[in-house]
Design a protein around this ligand. Structure first.
Ligand code: HEM
Length: 216
């Protein structure tokens, strides 16, 4: 008598699923086992709390950008991310931006860490990671390179806060090794002839060696 409900159940399983009761129960057990394994992978709730705490620690709000005014290229190097207490800075065309929010790009170990603490204009214009291009020298750049640089500048202007400018070294006498401004102008003029946009050429002229302004 007590076996009757079990027999009925077995019959219903066969009728409704087309499976033998043993197969059906095996499938159910496997399903449960998979559920346990998968939910275990996402951790218990205490694990979850631990993880969100770690995440919060990583997501500490960044200190607001500090305006530095004019600093030298040498001083800028101190902001290359090696000191985690200092903001991460990078310059384009002599304009310094606080890129701390993109530590994953520019911080130590990041793909663009080599730009941090530097004016990376030449490298960005040429899409180069070479040491010789990790500077703000725009001389000899072609029209497309200047345009590319302009795009980078717009991106930085819209994404990051500008916190200062790079002090240009005054040219005191003719014996210095500073780039003659005329060379740069010539290059820019050549770019303009090639069909460069006036603004790119003007930009470049304005922000290359800076020797012109300093001479006056
Ligand atoms: C195979 C070549 C490259 C690939 C696949 C690549 C890919 C990327 C990606 C996916 C991003 C993130 C974009 C975002 O989320 O806003 C990025 C950002 C960036 N890339 Fe590249 N990149 C390449 C080459 C270069 C080169 C040659 C340069 C310059 C020399 C460069 C400079 C940058 C810079 C400066 C950023 C960060 C911009 C920011 O601060 O928002 N990349 N790149």
């Amino acid at each position: 008598m007590a076996l009757q409900p079990w027999e009925t159940l077995k019959e219903s399983i066969t009728v409704y699923t087309g499976l033998s009761p043993t197969t059906f129960l095996t499938v159910v057990a496997l399903g449960l086992a998979i559920y346990c394994v998968v939910s275990g992978m996402f951790g218990s709730s205490s694990n979850h709390h631990q993880r969100s705490r770690d995440f919060e620690e990583e997501m500490q709000p960044l200190p607001p950008p500090v305006q530095l005014g004019e600093i030298s290229e040498e001083e800028l190097k101190a902001y290359d991310g090696s000191d985690p207490k200092k903001p991460l800075l990078m310059a384009i065309k002599g304009q310094i931006y606080d890129v701390s929010q993109s530590r994953m790009f520019y911080g130590p170990g990041g793909p663009y860490a080599l730009f941090a603490g530097k004016d990376a204009s030449r490298a960005l214009a040429k899409m180069s990671f070479e040491d010789k291009d990790l500077n703000g020298d725009l001389s000899g750049l072609g029209v497309f390179e200047l345009e590319a640089l302009q795009d980078w500048e717009y991106k930085f202007m819209s994404k990051y806060v500008k916190v200062g400018t790079i002090k240009t070294v005054p040219v005191t006498d003719g014996s210095t090794t500073a780039e003659p401004a005329s060379t740069t102008e010539g290059d820019v003029a050549k770019s303009a002839e090639d069909g460069s946009s006036d603004s790119a050429a003007a930009e470049a002229k304005e922000s290359t060696t800076g020797g012109e302004a300093d001479k006056e």
